[in-house]
Unconditional design. Sequence first.
Length: 95
Amino acid sequence: MLVLSRKIGEDVKIGNSITITVLSYDRGVVRLGIQAPKDVSVHRKEIYDKIVQMNKIAAQTDLHLLKEMLQKNILTFDFSNQQNGNNNLNLKINK
């Protein structure tokens, strides 16, 4: 692990395209600004851990059950494009 000391306003570069800036320090809390390309995901660790957990659950989905629910119109889906260029899959359970 690389350990660095930085003062408020100083930067750390990661590769050519990521810059981390120390914005403030108050009562033991450090605020960081992160500039990264849109195709680089930046998350707090606890959010990243939740995404990993949800992806593991999604990977265990019973595809036969999903197909059956779609065929019986119990479940419907659509794709939507977001302003940031990402595509979302929206699932809806029909009652």
